[in-house]
Design a protein around this ligand. Structure first.
Ligand SMILES: CCCCCCCC/C=C\CCCCCCCC(=O)SCCNC(=O)CCNC(=O)[C@H](O)C(C)(C)COP(=O)(O)O
Ligand SMILES: Nc1ncnc2c1ncn2[C@@H]1O[C@H](COP(=O)(O)O)[C@@H](OP(=O)(O)O)[C@H]1O
Length: 348
């Protein structure tokens, strides 16, 4: 690109466009530092969002080391938790209501929040960014009589409603990013042309299904002491034991909330067409509640998983597997123009 866009829409020539500046730049140009490269890839706010995840995991793990009740409770590696009768608190129980109704059906909540954001928040932001700035509108309203004011407000409302229904390339690209992120969630946790990656990883690292609870099932299984997936094993009353079990909870909570966060945050920090005030006003009205609720609940549950479930290494692999998906969908398009043309970058 040879020209950059100013907030008022006027293009100014980039330094590269002028031969004089380009010579000067070349002779004084320093090789980019790691921090320069990182800021080109991610806005500092986006970087901060991603840093929240290892920080929450670290915080939860440190808390469990310091909390006397967590330290006193025995940990069962096969349950990946403290036994329920000795759980240090309500959130250390697998049956806690937030686990059952939020995490266990987490993809549903992420999808609803994403859809609300794409259909409402995102469309509204675009509509506002095309509308005249608020101050100017107010100044004009002073000169208008009551009827005209009402008429103008109705017109603005209609414009916003239309923006919800209009299918823009930005909305399509966000939906496409949802498809790719959902594909990654599916292959890692649900199905990957057979067992999901988490189950395959567990088996490859020496894990197997041990039938501990049911004598009949044990007899029926005979020498074949293993099933293919964790779910099949649990349904048969067995325990999924031995191998490395990537934390599915860490994976889904990080993947879902980070992608949702990057969609909204990216639009806020990268879309220079709308003023900050307008963006906040629109987010406040549309989708803000559900997005903040889903991301906030994910952070809380991540903290609880970090504190009471899994080993350090299982949480680390859950985080890394989620970050692979985030890197492909949100970082790669900023490096490869071909991928960028298809998936886009939130807010750009
Ligand atoms: C731009 C977005 C386009 C969206 C288009 C759809 C728009 C429709 C709008 C609203 C309707 C919402 C419909 C939502 C459909 C979403 C499809 C689903 O994903 S429903 C399935 C819900 N199931 C889950 O979320 C399961 C999550 N659980 C797991 O992955 C695992 O249990 C675990 C990883 C949490 C751990 O497993 P464990 O066995 O070890 O506990
Ligand atoms: N924050 C949390 N609250 C309640 N249960 C949690 C949890 N994090 C993990 N678990 C439970 O710990 C087990 C391992 O989680 P995962 O591998 O998905 O990270 C799962 O048990 P169940 O599969 O018996 O429900 C899961 O429900």
């Amino acid at each position: 690109m040879s020209a950059s866009r100013r907030p008022n829409g006027v293009s100014k020539p980039s330094p590269r466009a002028s031969p004089n500046t380009s010579t000067k730049t070349r002779s004084t140009k320093q090789p980019p530092t790691i921090s320069d490269t990182l800021t080109t890839l991610l806005h500092p706010a986006e970087g901060l969002l991603l840093l929240t995840y290892p920080s929450l995991l670290l915080l939860g793990s440190i808390f469990s080391l310091l909390d006397p009740s967590a330290r006193a409770a025995p940990y069962s590696a096969s349950l990946q938790s403290h036994p329920p009768d000795m759980a240090p608190n309500y959130f250390a129980l697998k049956k806690n209501v937030f686990n059952i109704w939020f995490v266990k059906v987490g993809w549903f909540w992420f999808t609803v929040a994403w859809a609300v954001w794409v259909l409402m928040g995102m469309g509204m932001m675009r509509a506002r960014s095309r509308a005249p700035p608020r101050e100017k509108t107010k100044a004009r309203i002073v000169e208008l009589d009551d009827d005209e004011e009402v008429e103008q407000e109705a017109e603005e409302e209609k414009e916003e409603k239309d923006a919800t229904l209009v299918l823009t390339p930005q909305k399509l690209q966000s939906a496409l990013r949802w498809v790719v992120v959902t594909f990654w969630w599916t292959v890692v946790t649900q199905w990957c042309f057979g067992p999901a990656l988490i189950d395959r990883g567990f088996r490859l690292t020496g894990g197997q299904c041990e039938l501990m609870q049911s004598d009949t099932a044990r007899q029926e299984m005979g020498d074949v002491r293993e099933f293919v997936t964790a779910t099949a094993c649990k349904i048969a009353g067995g325990k999924w034991k031995g191998g490395h079990d990537i934390s599915g909870h860490v994976f889904i909570l990080v993947l879902g909330s980070a992608s949702l966060g990057l969609e909204v945050l990216g639009a806020m920090v990268n879309d220079r067409r709308a003023g900050a005030e307008e963006k906040q006003a629109q987010l406040g009205r549309w989708g803000w509640g559900i997005v903040v609720g889903v991301v906030g609940m994910s952070w809380w549950m991540l903290l609880m998983t970090a504190a009471y479930f899994h080993t350090w290494f299982e949480k680390f692999t859950g985080l890394s597997t989620a970050f692979v998906g985030i890197a492909v969908v949100y970082i790669l398009p900023r490096i490869l123009p071909g991928v960028r043309d298809i998936l886009g970058v939130p807010g750009r």
